[in-house]
Design a protein around this ligand. Sequence first.
Ligand SMILES: Cc1cc2nc3c(=O)[nH]c(=O)nc-3n(C[C@H](O)[C@H](O)[C@H](O)COP(=O)(O)OP(=O)(O)OC[C@H]3O[C@@H](n4cnc5c(N)ncnc54)[C@H](O)[C@@H]3O)c2cc1C
Ligand code: FES
Ligand code: FES
Length: 493
Amino acid sequence: MKASNLTTSISFFLNAQHIKVAVSPETTALGLIRNELGKRGTKESCSEGDCGACTIAAGELSDGKLNYRAINSCLWPAIRLHGKHIITIEGLSQGEELNLIQEQMLEHHATQCGYCTPGIIMSLFCLFTRKQSPNKQDIVQALEGNLCRCTGYQPILSAAQSITELLIGKKHTNANHILPGYVSEIESKLVSHSEPIKVIETNAFQGRDIHGYYVPRTLEELHTCMDKFGDPERYRIVSGGTDLMVDININRNFPENIIDISEIDDLSAIRIKQDSISIGSGVTLTSIIEHPGIREKLPILRETLLLVGSEQIRNMATLAGNIANASPIADGVVALLGLDADVTLLSKNGRRNVKLSDFFIDYKQTDLQTGEILGEIHIPIQEGFFNFEKSSKRQAVDIATVNSFCYLKEDSGLISDCRFVFGGMDKTVRLAESCRPVVQGKKLDDRLILKCAEAAVKEFEPISDVRGSADYRRQLVENHIVKHLHKFLSINE
Ligand SMILES: Cc1cc2nc3c(=O)[nH]c(=O)nc-3n(C[C@H](O)[C@H](O)[C@H](O)COP(=O)(O)OP(=O)(O)OC[C@H]3O[C@@H](n4cnc5c(N)ncnc54)[C@H](O)[C@@H]3O)c2cc1C
Ligand code: FES
Ligand code: FES
């Protein structure tokens, strides 16, 4: 890998300090903050988004207020810090006075070797800036992406619950309880931060052997950028970066150029219509999960996405990235195929719509053509029963061994329509075609459920790998079908 000689000037706030610095495309936020800016409380361990030791709070303005999200800084290119307010563990205490979260972690003996502690505190910080009285489930969800080898988690949960009680009862004596005092000043500085993020460099369109990082702000700029490189081998699109950055970190395989589409406003909307929902390719999983229209019209999508990765991963990842990555086990894809979604592909020549079921061609191969990006996902709003199942070794931050989705429609006690989708059983996520003829037009009972499971098991020829043997996978298919259909029966009893 040749070192880059293209640097980009970025400007952001780190704790109470304004930072202006030139960074190279390969520098991660973690590398900059920890190694170059000396905030060594932000730890490095896995570099794959798994452990949470590198968690930072990334603040962005929304209606004039800073909204903080927990981010794995090992998976964020440093360029993305531009225009943000970043808080690290060093920014929480004010002089001798600890932040309430730090204080309660100490009080509850929630730290031993301490390696995970800054990341855990930053995850809790982001939670408490949004919710003053989170319940236990909120706390567990906020900490899903933080591993601790020493404490067994119980003291950490106790500390978090105690913070809630102190905040509700306003019993804390600590003036610096959650938000550090300097935040309001940074808010006003960011509002008047006249210079928008301007990281695309006109002289950056250069030849091979130089790594470039491009941040188009409009679709027009994006197409100009893609056109300039022409050959898709010369660039990679990055959206949330949770797949691409892991690949770069593990394989040290930096693409010749990266085109970062996360700043394109036209890709950032969720549109709820009468009969469908459209989700822009730049929308993060967290934004989908928190959207009131999705909660009301498509709760199954929310429930499915809550099982993807961790809070930190969902704060960065997009559904479009889950699709374009074309993994045969992607949770979002399993749900979207079950929901009969289609996608809009955008290029400088226009747009085309493709059924998601036709989008995946082979292992890691899609119908995306040169010069195209995935622009929008469309999901029809339908009546019926929907269920997602995921079997993985861990409940959170784990890729499934097998995942599946079931859609059923019933008319006068008979199944009038259905879709069963499986991930982890073939080269792509796909429909289990053999289930439909078994259940269509029939009344569901235990005998039919077993026949349906038998048909699905016969249809797939899975491989054995680190996540499970072929036999284990077949058994999971049977279990999933039985689970889906029993859930349906229990709801319709
Ligand atoms: C710790 C960890 C846990 C994870 N857990 C899960 C899990 O439980 N379930 C699961 O399904 N996945 C999981 N993932 C994988 C990943 O988070 C998801 O696949 C995510 O949705 C990818 O989205 P992204 O925006 O981050 O993609 P990126 O990394 O930005 O991109 C992924 C690929 O898609 C391409 N791409 C992205 N957007 C577009 C676009 N609009 N048009 C064309 N190409 C595009 C990129 O070039 C790249 O090849 C996990 C990842 C990590 C690191
Ligand atoms: S170092 Fe493990 S998640 Fe970033
Ligand atoms: S205190 Fe040692 S890893 Fe958590």
